[in-house]
Every structure is written in C-alpha cells, then in structure tokens.
Design a protein around this ligand. Structure first.
Ligand code: 0O2
Length: 229
C-alpha cells in the first residue's frame, strides 16, 4: 500500500512543478513572444472597432429620442492565464496559431443596455453592417442557463485595417440589461469567493430565485418603457 506521507509529498511536488511550468509559460507568452504580443495588439484593435460601432449606434438611436439604448460598454482582453487554461481544457496545442483558431473570446465587448428590446435592436443593427459576420449566437435570454444566467452572446468576425493589410478578427460580444448585469456580476463574485469550497444547493437556489426576480424587473421595466414610448 502507498505510504500516505509519500503520496502527499508527490502531490505537492507535482503541484509545485505544474505551477512553475505554468508560470514560465505565462511569462513567456506575456513578455517575450513577439507573435503573441502582436496578436494581442490585433485583438485590442478589434475591441476598439467593435466598441466604436456600438458607440456610433448609440449616438444615432439617441437622436430625437431622450433615452440611450446603451448604459455602459465594458471591454476586456483575455488574460494569458485564462488563455492557457482554456487551451489546456480543450486539449488544443499551445501556439499563437492555435490561440487564434481555438479561442473565440480573446477580445470581449460587453454592452449593458437599458431595456431588453434595446439588446435585439442593437444586434439587428450590428449584424446589418456589411463588415460584420456572425459566427455564432447563444441566446441565454430566451433560453437562460440552468443557474439563471441571462445574456445574449455573439461571436462575430470583423476587420481591422493595418498599414499594409486588412485582417479579420473574432470578437465575443455579450449584451445584457442592467438587471442581468447586476445578477451576473454578483453571482460571479459569490462563486469566485467560494472557488475552493463547494457552493451549496441552498446558495444555488437563492441565486436562481434572484435571477427570476431580476427577469421580472426587466419584464416590468420593459412594459413601463413600452407604455411611455
Ligand atoms: P470572462 O472573464 O467573463 O470572459 P467557455 O467560454 O468555454 O467557458 P462557452 O460555452 O464558450 O464556454 O461560453 P459561454 O457559455 O457562451 O459564455 C462564457 C462567458 O459568459 C463567461 O466568460 C462569462 O463572461 C459569461 N457567463 C457564462 N455563464 C455565466 C454564469 O453562469 N455566470 C456568470 N456570471 N457569467 C457567465 P468566462 O470565460 O467565464 O470569463
């Protein structure tokens, strides 16, 4: 039978080795690899392009009407740690080409809308643009996740214009209402805090109940909005 002391030591050794390897890879990715930094620059440009598209639409929809469909836009570039974790989880090779091929959400744009109807209006307007190609759509508003999560997710491809080339880039766009965003932010915070502990069924149930309440708030606010239009 295996000695428990030896087993614990081996586990510790493996954990340390894995941490060092991961740390080295992450450092190499982030600091030393020119192709990686170049690719991240292209994704940052794609984020700027897509954010501008939404800002332009917001300006236009605000014309002649006192309400802005967009409350806030948040953007983020996926961290090297998350990229590495996702490649490992998918069993994808570890290279710059593989990152671009296998991960769709390196560039993320989150659009927080006032009302649910604004989400679909903005998506229609975005997808009508001739330089935007829809690659994937997940409607977690019409079909919420079992935990109550609601948002509309798109993966689009859009060009960035460099000094000597035009390059198609993938961007993940998440659209939500203020209420959906509040729920998702708090739920993420609660799960993140409890990362190493198990989330009890009671917490899951309470989060689901809160998601249903926030969906009800959205429905009522939509009705009030429709009545005042
Ligand atoms: P971050 O830092 O927010 O980007 P995968 O991306 O592989 O995990 P899939 O099916 O491609 O899986 O992704 P999905 O379900 O379309 O959406 C993933 C992203 O949506 C997450 O990104 C979150 O931003 C958000 N999301 C999805 N489900 C939940 C949820 O239950 N709660 C909250 N708060 N957010 C959710 P990341 O990569 O997890 O992180």
């Amino acid at each position: 039978m295996e000695d428990p002391g030896q087993k614990a030591l081996a586990t510790l050794r493996n954990a340390v080795a894995e941490r060092i390897t991961r740390g080295k890879i992450v450092d190499k990715l982030a600091e030393f690899s020119y192709p990686y930094r170049e690719l991240m620059t292209f994704y940052r440009c794609a984020i700027m392009e897509v954010e501008t598209k939404f800002r332009v639409l917001n300006e236009e929809f605000t014309l002649g009407d006192d309400c802005n469909p967009i409350a806030t836009i948040k953007t983020r570039l996926k961290s090297p740690e998350s990229i590495l974790e996702k490649l490992q989880r998918r069993g994808a090779p570890f290279s710059v080409e593989s990152i671009e091929e296998n991960i769709n959400d390196i560039a993320g744009v989150r659009v927080i809308c006032s009302f649910q109807s604004d989400i679909y209006m903005l998506v229609d307007a975005l997808l009508r643009q001739d330089d935007v190609t829809l690659l994937e759509m997940k409607d977690y508003i019409k079909n919420p996740k079992p935990n109550g999560y609601r948002s509309l997710h798109l993966i689009i491809s859009t060009p960035i214009f460099l000094h000597n080339e035009k390059r198609q880039m993938k961007v993940e766009v998440q659209l939500r209402t203020l209420a959906m965003d509040m729920w998702a932010s708090l739920e993420h915070q609660i799960r993140y805090k409890k990362e190493n502990e198990s989330i009890t069924e009671s917490i899951d149930d309470q989060l689901l109940a809160c998601a249903e309440l926030s969906a009800e708030v959205d429905r009522r606010m939509q009705r009030v909005h429709d009545e005042t239009m």
